[in-house]
Design a protein around this ligand. Structure first.
Ligand code: NDP
Ligand code: ZN
Length: 182
């Protein structure tokens, strides 16, 4: 088996284990791992991304933010570059949410190419989820606020991957139309 495939399978297994107790915020409380898997799928199939370390980082992207995982642990298991990408897409949880969001917008353009790809797929996945399986109890205004913020982050990332940027634009427009029509 190729080393790329082994890396991706190991990352998927590790993330599934770390997120095993967590659920998404939708009414069905979907298993959390569906979301990192969605990012990997978006990158590979829609973005044509073939860099296994970027796919592995996408699978692991929420482990440090949302579980007990550390960057050192990721570095030991998956190597420096995968861990560095995850570190770049991990918000500082000690800061208030609004500040974390502001920093994401500010830093988007200076992220590494790998981190930009993971961010793009994350925003595509979340914006789509806001239409198909939104967080329970979110008002129309709150969803629109999220769309605007995600777009601001993506503006800082443009020039990274044409297909993914187009996929985000489509998800954003369709999401806005669907949300405002409700
Ligand atoms: P977030 O805005 O951070 O919640 C969105 C995040 O939840 C996503 O980025 C995603 O992160 C995760 N998520 C989990 N399930 C879903 C799903 N089904 N669909 C989409 N995303 C999902 O929430 P917070 O609770 O931290 O809210 C803080 C911010 O929200 C504040 O900055 C404030 O501005 C705003 N707010 C607005 C209100 C309003 O009514 N307008 C009310 C309260 C807060 P990941 O990819 O990491 O899983
Ligand atoms: Zn995410």
């Amino acid at each position: 088996m190729s080393t790329d495939l082994i890396l991706i399978l190991n990352a998927a297994t590790f993330a599934a284990d770390k997120h095993r107790q967590q659920r998404r915020k939708d009414v069905d409380a979907s298993p959390y791992i569906n979301h990192p898997l969605d990012l990997a799928d978006i990158l590979a199939r829609e973005g044509g991304v073939e860099d296994a370390k970027v796919i592995a980082a996408a699978l692991l992207h929420d482990t440090v933010e949302d579980t007990e995982t550390t960057i050192e642990e990721l570095e030991d298991r998956f190597g420096k570059r995968v861990a560095a990408i995850v570190a770049e897409v991990t918000d500082d949880q000690s800061l208030p949410s609004a500040e974390r969001k502001r920093i994401q917008v500010m830093k988007a353009s200076s992220n590494s190419p790998g981190a930009k790809l993971v961010k793009l797929s994350d925003k595509i996945s979340n914006v789509r989820d806001l239409v198909t399986a939104p967080p329970a109890g979110w008002s129309m205004e709150r969803k629109i606020e999220y769309f605007f913020w995600a777009k601001e982050v993506v503006e800082g990332i443009r020039g990274t991957n044409k297909q993914l940027e187009a996929a985000f634009d489509e998800a954003y427009s369709e999401g806005m139309i669907a949300t405002c029509a409700r």
